[in-house]
Design a protein around this ligand. Structure first.
Ligand code: ZN
Length: 175
């Protein structure tokens, strides 16, 4: 399984490259997406992951199906966003606790837009538009920061180190 890079790794500070839409169906890009999902699956508190976190400098992030709204009778899949752009932001911002799979085990308070809309390609090369609030909106902003070499600790206040306790699942999801 791909290792999730940790905060002192210089690659996490680099800007990721856009994916050529013609390459989305290529084995290279499809394997990166599979590896991202697998790495995310290996972390019980994960809610989303960006490609640089597994060492790939391409503009892709994945949101875990575990945080998507439930729909009766619908089997959800992870959502894949390729070359994502935030096209709408709410006027309102709020301050929320955040954690990161690449910054174990720090948590801090980050100011984020309450709602954002992202436009991107999905893993099949189709254009998608997704408007979200709450944790999904937070994940969109956190993951796009990763694609620009930004970590949440650059913006967070009140950073605290909260290593996991045995048999006590993390309340705050890692992004
Ligand atoms: Zn992160």
């Amino acid at each position: 399984m791909k290792k999730i890079l940790q905060k002192d790794e210089p690659l996490l500070r680099k800007k990721s490259e856009e994916v050529n839409p013609a390459d989305i169906q290529s084995e290279r890009i499809q394997k990166i997406i599979r590896d991202m999902k697998e790495a995310m699956r290996g972390e019980p508190d994960s809610a989303a992951i960006a490609a640089p976190q597994i060492g790939e400098l391409v503009r892709i992030f994945v949101v875990s199906k575990t945080i998507l709204p439930k729909k009766e009778g619908v089997e959800r899949d992870d959502l894949v966003f390729i070359n994502p752009r935030i096209t709408k932001r709410s006027k309102k911002k709020h301050t929320i606790e955040e954690g990161c799979l690449s910054v174990r085990w720090l948590y801090g308070d980050v100011e984020r837009f309450e709602k954002v809309t992202v436009e991107a390609y999905n893993e099949r090369g189709e254009r998608v538009v997704y408007g979200a609030s709450g944790l999904i909106a937070q994940a969109f902003q956190h993951e796009i920061d990763h694609l620009d070499g930004i970590l949440f600790i650059d913006k967070a206040k009140n950073l605290r180190d909260l290593p996991p306790k045995k048999d006590e699942p993390k309340e705050t999801k890692a992004l």
